[in-house]
Design a protein around this ligand. Structure first.
Ligand code: NAD
Length: 276
């Protein structure tokens, strides 16, 4: 089984970012990362995103607000960032604390700065197959992993486990755009192992540590693991029980070191695209 490394895909995306920025005068585009509270997962993602922007020659600034911030005060602060001409793109770390209405922020964010595809305008573009907008970075990262490794998608049977608005649903639309035949599985899927075994490309995005073992993988399938979980020993792991699939899968992404590294590279590419 070949391990598909995210770092190698990230290097290719960096080249694309440099191409987009070639000949661009003035300061590099700037990303605003907006965080409310001190959630360790958010802080870890923020550190990774900041490192990536800097490595790609892009500007980045963190905007951190207290976890108990009132809805009105947060909206005012967010509006200022949204309207700041020096800010080219925004990454909002979610979920927000429950006193803040996330829907309102999704409606408020300028679609041209909405690098992670949370606004209705960008979601509509993803569902219409229009590539001018911004798709959610993680969903697009899955496509990038396949393309960077020259894995054909057109005509392939793709099964996605998970139907969230962050990964499963937008990814199913991106896969359709690539002419895959897509099956979406979720908690009510009747026979999940059977559905998964049909897949030529299996994408795990359920958020359940090591849930998919070798019984879920068809012979020579390609397995892309989006999950980021912590196992019983406190170690980072994916949704796939990696050691159990090595005799079945032909290729698979590891966790850590797989899709996660590509997600922040896609975010950087989206930021670079804001100068067009
Ligand atoms: P979510 O909890 O919003 O959605 C999970 C989906 O999986 C749901 O649609 C649910 O129906 C399905 N699901 C859950 N348990 C299932 C089961 N036992 N059988 C079948 N389906 C099941 O999660 P999300 O935000 O979509 O994230 C999914 C995973 O991806 C998480 O581990 C998250 O940490 C990870 N993630 C990774 C990145 C990255 O950059 N690699 C980015 C975002 C999310």
């Amino acid at each position: 089984m070949i391990t598909l490394k995210g770092a190698e895909v990230s290097v290719k995306i960096k080249e694309q970012v440099q191409e987009i920025l070639a000949g661009h005068d003035g300061p590099a585009p700037k990303l605003a990362i907006v965080r409310v509270g001190e959630n360790p997962d958010d802080m870890s993602y923020e550190r990774g995103a900041m490192k990536k922007m800097e490595a790609f020659g892009l500007r980045v600034q963190s905007y951190v607000f207290p976890a108990d911030m009132e809805d009105g005060a947060f909206k005012e602060a967010f509006k200022a960032i949204n309207e700041d001409e020096d800010v080219n793109g925004i990454l909002l770390l979610r979920p927000l604390p429950k006193q803040i209405c996330e829907k309102d922020i999704e409606n408020m964010i300028d679609p041209r700065k909405d690098l992670d595809g949370i606004s209705p305008a960008n979601i509509a573009k993803v569902f219409a197959g229009d590539t001018e907008g911004f798709a959610p970075c993680t969903a697009e990262a899955v496509i990038e992993v396949l393309k960077a490794n020259e894995i054909p998608i057109s005509g392939k049977k793709v099964t996605i486990v998970g139907r969230s608005m962050v990964v499963g649903k937008p990814l199913s639309m991106l896969m359709l755009k690539e002419n895959a035949t897509v099956t979406i599985c979720h908690t009510r899927t009747a026979d999940l192992p059977c559905e998964c075994r049909q897949a030529e490309i299996l994408v795990a995005a359920a958020g359940r540590a090591k849930m998919l073992n070798g019984d879920y993988v068809g012979q020579d399938a390609i397995v892309i693991d989006v999950g980021i979980n912590v196992d019983e020993n406190g170690k980072l792991c994916g949704d796939v029980d990696f050691d159990t699939i090595t005799d079945k899968a032909s290729m698979a992404t590891p966790v850590p070191g797989g899709v996660g590294a590509v997600t922040t590279a896609v975010l950087a590419k989206h930021l670079a695209r804001t100068i067009r």
